[in-house]
Write a protein that binds this ligand. Structure first.
Ligand SMILES: C[S@@+](CC[C@H](N)C(=O)[O-])C[C@H]1O[C@@H](n2cnc3c(N)ncnc32)[C@H](O)[C@@H]1O
Length: 324
């Protein structure tokens, strides 16, 4: 576990925290219903809107309804989201599956046409995979969710160099005869991290990213049942925005996206209906200021048990059953 260093934004006594949007603020904790809050915000203010909306799967903060109702209820919010998004901005919409009577409905498939209708352009459908979760008995266990990255126009920020990962073969050279023959063919800053964010542990072998989902043994775990890993948001913050840009999470929970934004000297706004999550988000922000926020650093593998630990061993009873 490591604490985050105090961000520069707060070192010059400039922190202005508000409860509703204000152009002068640096952090906005807006408690209320997203639709109402967004209606009070100016057009085009947010460079990045990143969120994980409620999935309609019966979590403590949502009332489950059928898929059509769920989508028609959220549609007016999508219109507001697009209105407040900057013309050079990006939307990162992270969703999983809605499940009804064991039938799986991948939510990104339903959201894509809604955002397309509102004029957004898809740049990547990022697969975010993780190793832990429910074990299914009637289908394969789900181990990924998707993050749809849209932009509002063709002129958008993409700071690839700030999120490159180590190349698998940095020593590779140009092999075709010509002026570059024999020179390194890769980029000294590393390679493009791709649209599959998987196993950091094996990053050197596979070149994939792993951003573990936040479960009980994760240093960032709070009272929220499905919070974002800060690390997941950080990649988007670094790649898709510049310092001082506004980052909005319209369903902000315990403020993980806001923390990632502030940690990198961006302005952050979160909308959240549940007061207890807002309070937790404020607590976490204070911990960030004091350098005590429990945090899983970008790229650090989640602890894996060794072969000698009990959890890694085949239980004796299974071995005995095999012998008999
Ligand atoms: C999937 S969670 C987001 C968690 C967040 N990414 C985090 O890291 O904590 C969705 C959040 O949206 C909030 N929410 C659901 N419907 C809302 C609405 N209509 N207005 C405001 N917040 C809402 C829920 O209370 C919940 O905290």
């Amino acid at each position: 576990m490591r604490a985050i260093h105090q961000p520069a934004l707060f070192q010059e006594d400039r922190k202005i925290i508000a409860e509703s949007f204000s152009a002068d603020a640096e952090i906005v904790f807006a408690c209320g219903t997203t639709l109402d809050i967004l209606k009070t915000c100016p057009d085009s203010f947010a460079k990045l809107i990143i969120t994980s909306p409620p999935y309609n799967i019966g979590k403590e903060y949502e009332t489950q309804t059928n898929l059509d109702n769920y989508l028609s209820e959220i549609e007016p919010v999508l219109q507001q989201i697009v209105r407040v998004l900057s013309i050079n901005g990006s939307l990162c919409w992270q969703v999983g599956n809605y499940v009804e009577k064991s039938e799986v409905f991948p939510l990104d498939v339903y959201f894509y046409p809604l955002f397309k209708k509102l004029g957004l352009k898809l740049r990547n459908r990022i697969i975010w995979t993780f190793e832990h979760g429910l074990h299914c008995s009637v289908r394969f266990s789900g181990r990924y969710e998707t993050l749809l990255w849209f932009t509002k126009s063709d002129d958008y920020v993409f700071n690839l160099d700030s999120v490159r990962v180590p190349s698998k073969y940095p020593g590779k050279t140009h092999f075709k005869p010509g002026p570059k023959y024999g020179q390194p063919s890769g980029n000294p800053l590393g390679k493009n991290p791709s649209d599959v964010w998987k196993l950091m542990l094996h990053e050197w072998e596979t070149g994939l990213w792993n951003i573990p989902n936040v479960k009980a043994n994760h240093p960032e775990k709070t009272l929220h049942p499905c919070q974002f890993p800060i690390e997941l948001v950080e990649r988007c913050v670094l790649a898709l925005t510049d310092k001082n840009d506004w980052i909005l999470d319209p369903f902000s929970g315990v403020g993980s996206a806001m923390l990632a934004a502030v940690r990198h000297d961006r302005r952050a706004m979160g909308c959240e209906r549940e007061k207890k999550y807002i309070e937790e988000a404020k607590k976490r922000m204070n911990l960030l200021f004091s350098g005590e926020l429990p945090y899983r650093p970008l790229g650090k593998p989640v602890r894996q048990p060794t072969e000698r630990e009990k959890v890694s061993k085949i239980p004796d009873i299974w071995l005995m059953e095999k012998i008999q």
